[in-house]
Design a protein around this ligand. Structure first.
Ligand SMILES: [Zn+2]
Length: 147
């Protein structure tokens, strides 16, 4: 019984997590920065090329996402003196918030997975928890916030 209760709790928490993810889905300022980096590396019009941005370096240490030198805020932009990339401050700020939210969600999901493991759930049961959580987050349309 306790096991089933804990499972239900995990389903609820996971559903809340998935709903948050769905809500944030349309907003992707990190992608906007990736486009700026692509264009800075590959030239104008290359926005679709994939680049590997080190987000931790950018947000924690102010490292340019393109060349890793120092990036500094100047008025309404973040500017790198070395490579010349410019990131609008509002994009930068929203991307940082997105990064924090994603890290937070990842940590919570890891924690949920650890509890599933501690509970001794089988692979099928884990899949079932995810399925139920997905159904639940769809059904509530992303409005149900807490477990
Ligand atoms: Zn740079």
């Amino acid at each position: 019984m306790e096991r089933e209760e804990e499972k239900a709790t995990l389903v609820n928490e996971l559903a809340a997590l998935l709903a948050e993810e769905a809500l944030a889905g349309g907003e992707n300022p990190k992608r906007e920065i990736e486009k700026l980096v692509s264009e800075s590396v590959y030239g104008p019009g290359a926005a679709s090329k994939r680049v590997n941005v080190r987000w931790g370096g950018l947000f924690a240490r102010g490292e340019c996402p393109s060349c890793s030198n120092k990036i500094e805020r100047r008025g309404e932009e973040y500017v790198c003196e070395s490579c010349g990339i410019k990131i609008p401050a509002d994009v930068f700020d929203r991307a940082r918030e997105q990064h924090v939210r994603e890290a937070d969600r990842r940590e919570r999901e890891l924690h949920i997975q650890e509890r599933m493991k501690a509970l001794g759930l089988t692979e099928d049961e884990v899949r079932d928890v995810y399925d139920r959580a997905m159904d639940l987050s769809d059904a509530t349309g992303g409005t149900k916030g807490e477990a």
